[in-house]
Ligand binder design. Structure first.
Ligand code: C2E
Ligand code: CA
Ligand code: CA
Length: 961
């Protein structure tokens, strides 16, 4: 039912219709044929059963006939009659003879099937017996008398007594089917008839069973024979023979006999069909019962077939409906659903339905699809239109531009709302006249705007595009860029013009600013490098020879500006630069050019060259006076280089470069000076550049070597280690002093490769010397690290690997760093030093006693020893003050757990003092010059034998250094 409800209405109708035309008639036909089949079967069954019963009754009759024939024969026998009907009593002999004769006769009849016994009772009490027992003496008299009475009363020749007790108590059959006849004798004389005896024939009831048992009965059917007393003569269950029949059965049997047809009987909970027929001569009834189920077995087949046919036809109907709904209803439903969804706006506009058939339904679906096509096309058009409208509206709102549309025929001018906004006009009026726009044009631009519009309208230009100013409501002017395009009629005459006005005030201002910035320094407002270059170029090129000769460029660099910037901050630095600019300006004439090049560099361009030196001196003294920055007094100064232009200068850059060189020269000679450029300066610089190049080359070509200066203990001069010192022998210039090339390397980037080279070289050396150094013996090689190296992270990171690669322990190495390296960036330096120390490397503080050397610093530093500088050591013999200081330094160092090493010890006197003050180690020409690697190795191998002291060796070898 649920399925039916779920199916579409049209399908439901179709099902009902199909049911009506196919299933219902079929149902009716099946029912009718079932009924008639059933009737036929029943009628046939009744006939068969009746015939069967009839046959059985006839069979039974024949048996009874045989018995009755037997009895008739016996009664007709003369001898028996004579033997019975005697009036006089017989003598014993006579009796025995009679008995023998009758017994003989009876024996002749014993062949009857089912016969149990034959008994003859004479009136005088004689009893003749043959049968299943020979003993005829045990006699049930009451039974005999009952039989006699019944036979007498029945009026029949032979009385069939039904099931009764056997008169012979000795018989094996206590119950028998008895037939009795009274023997009569007619006196021939008197013709009187009188009973003279009784013949009893006993049959075994089982013999009936044998007869009925052979009847061909159908499943469940049975026969029953009931006697006149309602007792069972025969029953399929032999036990029940002789018992009373079921009363219900009896009444049904009576009805069946009355009707002489079949009746229905409810027997043992199932319906039976009962046929009964009387066995007339004995008042018995033979019944045949058959279960209806057996009868209807055939009908059931018909019924089942009909049912299967029904089910099949129903399935066919269902299948047909399914196909039908697929084919016919589904497309319709799809169309309907799609329309509904279209109505509720939930249909995807791209939906098209599949056309499955080429019939009217297919046409309907195609029609729907075509409808959707039309709809989509229209929707797309609508959308496009709406999008374009929205886009336009959005553009009008979003754009910063004013949009305008000028109808040249009606002279109506549309101006988008931005017009009011930008020009500070109130209101929302959109319809305007061209005057609203044109009369706001700046008087200076008015003519050009009209000209440009005209040029476009008459077709000279492809479009109108012009920059001009419009008056703001507040009276000021804004810059606008207007564009426009005319629309023309068939004759090419303009009828309309539309476009935009873009506010370009910001751009104009920025352009102005850029123009200014390009030539001016934004901090000081002075001219900048660009301006200077342009100006110089112009003067160099344009001016006559005389004028060119008289030009001078003063290159000014502030002293200590970096310190101000670093200590007081950038703002102070900026303020100082502004103040400097002001002071410079004050010293100059109006025609002198003043330029800030960048940083703390300024340039003065003097057209009268001979004033240059004077001016430079004045500027230096002006800048030498302290500046007040807020409440902070700042002292700076300036170094100035002067370059006079000559005929050999081609470009401004050359002049500036030389002035710069002269300025550096001035700085080199001590700050607060000026220098005039000469050609020697350039040569010196060129030389230096060449040297730098050569050093780079030297690094890659093995011109550099290391020498090793021993470091010994103060007491006993035991060898403690070496300091590795770099040497460079230039192929052309000979040995270059380390102070010189190391400084050079530091100023260029070469110090990085140089440092790595030295470190690796020392590691290699240690490796080579491994066999010379007894495992427990002290020996370290110190490597000098310049500040830049300390912060060369790649090197620091690489150190563990370098050590590894050479199989060298950090325990054999010392890094010497100068105080300045640490002081600048204490924290970062300390971190690096800790990393080195973690590798077992020791850290020595080099050149102690030269710089700011503050003892208080020592405490916080991760160092193992200080190296007291040579300049300090050289004075301890002569200066009491230095000696006291030495005392203090060593004392403090020891208190901090820091060792002391004296450098550059040249005299025994110095050594004596150092020993007395408790200095730990020393290094210097007194002990040894720096040694070649080979000599150092020799020293190492000799030390074992000499007990480790150098004095013991008596050697003070000298190597250039
Ligand atoms: P330094 O680190 O102070 O090295 C000690 C300098 O004193 C060496 O000069 C050495 O030859 C010299 N010297 C040693 N004993 C005496 C003495 O008794 N009397 C005199 N007058 N001088 C003595 P050198 O070899 O000319 O080195 C100069 C500087 O160059 C070194 O000063 C060091 O700072 C730097 N230097 C040398 N080699 C290297 C290097 O491989 N790397 C780095 N970064 N710097 C190096
Ligand atoms: Ca050193
Ligand atoms: Ca030193």
């Amino acid at each position: 039912m649920a399925l039916l409800r779920a199916t579409p209405r049209i399908t439901r109708k179709f099902i009902v219709y199909l049911m009506m035309v196919s299933v219902l008639p079929l149902l009716a036909v099946s029912y009718a044929s079932y009924q008639s089949a059933r009737d036929t079967v029943m009628a046939q069954a009744r006939q068969t059963v009746a015939a069967l019963v009839d046959g059985q009754v006839r069979l039974l009759d024949r048996t009874l006939d045989q018995v009755e024939g037997l009895i008739a024969n016996l009664s007709g026998i003369e001898d028996i009659g004579r033997g019975f009907a005697r009036d006089a009593p017989q003598d014993d002999y006579g009796r025995l003879a009679t008995q023998a004769r009758i017994g003989y006769i009876l024996n002749g009849y014993l062949n009857l099937d089912g016969l149990v016994s034959i008994d003859l009772f004479a009136a005088d009490g004689q009893h003749f017996h043959v049968g299943d027992t020979l003993d005829g003496s045990r006699l049930d008299q009451a039974a005999r008398d009952r039989l006699y009475a019944q036979a007498q009363a029945s009026g029949r020749t032979v009385h069939w007594a039904g099931v009764s007790a056997n008169v012979n108590e000795a018989s094996r059959h206590p119950q028998v089917l008895a037939a009795a006849r009274v023997l009569m004798h007619t006196d021939r004389a008197t013709l009187n008839t009188k009973p003279i005896g009784l013949i009893v024939v006993n049959l075994d009831p089982g013999s009936l069973g044998r007869q009925f048992g052979t009847a061909r009965l159908r499943t469940g059917a049975f026969l029953t024979l009931i006697d006149q007393q309602g007792r069972l003569l025969y029953d399929p269950d032999p036990q029940r023979v002789g018992q009373d029949a079921d009363p219900g059965f009896l009444t049904a049997a009576a009805r069946a006999v009355n009707r002489s047809g079949a009746v229905r009987l409810q027997w043992r909970a199932s319906p039976y069909l009962l046929n009964c027929e009387p066995v007339a001569r004995a008042d018995w009834t033979l019944c045949h019962a058959i279960p209806e189920r057996t009868l209807f077995a055939e009908i059931r087949v018909i019924r089942q077939t009909a049912f299967v046919a029904l089910v099949l036809s129903f399935l066919v109907v269902a299948g047909a409906t399914w196909v039908y709904s697929q084919d016919l209803v589904r497309p319709i439903l799809e169309v309907i659903t799609s329309f509904k969804r279209l109505q509720s706006n939930s249909l995807d506009p791209s939906t098209r339905l599949p056309v499955r058939t080429r019939d009217e339904i297919g046409e309907l679906v195609s029609g729907f699809n075509a409808f959707m096509d039309t709809l989509s096309a229209r929707a797309a058009a609508d959308r496009a239109l709406r999008a374009s409208e929205e886009r336009y509206a959005l553009a009008v709102r979003a754009t910063n531009d004013i949009l305008w549309d000028w109808d040249l025929q009606t002279q109506a001018l549309y101006l988008s709302p931005r017009f009011q906004d930008l020009l500070g006009l109130g209101g929302t009026r959109l319809e305007r006249t061209p005057d609203d726009w044109l009369e706001r044009i700046h008087p200076d631009d008015n003519e050009a705007v009209h000209l440009e519009i005209g040029r476009h309208l008459d077709g000279t230009t492809d479009f109108f595009c012009h920059e001009y100013r419009l008056r703001h409501h507040n009276g000021g002017y804004l810059w606008f860029l207007s564009r426009g395009l005319a629309e023309r009629d068939g004759d090419g005459l303009p009828i309309r013009m539309a476009g935009s006005h873009t506010d370009i005030s910001d751009r104009k201002r920025a352009e102005e600013q850029l123009r200014h910035d390009a030539l001016y320094d934004h901090l000081t407002g002075l001219h900048n490098r660009t301006w200077l270059q342009a100006r110089l170029e112009r003067l160099l090129r344009g001016g006559g020879r005389t004028q060119r000769l008289s030009l001078a460029v003063l290159f000014i660099d502030l002293d200590r500006f970096k310190a101000v910037n670093d200590t007081l901050g950038h703002e102070a630095g900026d303020a100082l630069l502004i103040a400097v600019a002001a002071r410079l300006r004050a010293e100059l004439r109006a025609e002198d050019g003043l330029v800030r090049l960048g940083g703390d560099e300024f340039v003065v361009l003097v057209t009268e060259g001979r004033r240059a030196a004077d001016l430079a001196a004045r500027l230096i003294s002006a800048l030498g006076r302290p500046f007040m920055l807020g409440d902070q007094e700042v002292q700076t100064g300036a170094s100035i280089g002067i370059a006079h232009t000559g005929p050999d200068y081609r470009s401004a850059d050359e002049v500036l470069r030389d002035a710069d060189i002269a300025m550096y020269q001035a700085k080199d000679q001590g700050k607060g000076r000026f220098q005039v450029f000469d050609h020697g300066m350039r040569e010196r610089i060129v030389n230096r550049l060449e040297m730098e190049k050569a050093l780079g080359h030297a690094l890659s070509t093995d011109q550099l070597t290391l020498v090793y200066q021993p470091i010994v203990s103060m007491e006993g001069y035991r060898l403690e280690g070496f300091e590795a010192l770099a040497r460079w022998v230039h192929p052309r210039l000979g040995p270059v002093p380390p102070d010189q090339f190391v400084t050079m390397a530091e100023e260029s980037n070469l110090i990085i490769p140089l440092g790595r080279w030295a470190f690796s070289k020392v590691c290699r050396r240690l490796r080579a010397w491994q066999s010379l150094i007894a495992p427990g013996a002290p020996l370290r090689i110190a490597v000098n690290f310049s500040p830049r190296q300390l912060f060369d992270e790649d090197l620091i990171d690489a150190i563990p690997r370098i050590l590894d690669d050479h199989g060298v322990s950090g325990e054999r190495l010392v890094i010497e760093v100068t105080e300045t390296a640490i002081l600048d960036e204490t924290q970062a330096a300390a971190r690096v030093l800790e990393r080195l120390r973690a590798l077992g490397i020791r850290v020595h503080l080099d050149d102690f006693g030269t710089g700011y050397s503050s003892l208080s610093h020592l405490a916080g530093l991760p160092i193992d020893a200080i190296k007291i500088d040579r300049s300090f050591v050289s004075e301890i013999e002569t200066s009491e003050r230095k000696r006291v200081m030495l005392h203090g330094i060593i004392l403090l160092a020891h208190q901090l757990g820091i060792a002391t090493i004296a450098e550059g010890v040249e005299t025994a006197g110095q050594a004596g003092i150092l020993l007395a003050e408790g200095c730990d180690y020393c290094q210097g020409y007194l002990v040894s010059y720096p040694l070649t690697a080979a000599d150092a190795a020799g020293l190492l191998s000799a030390r074992g034998e000499a007990g480790g002291t150098l004095t013991g060796l008596g050697m003070v070898p000298a190597v250039g250094g």
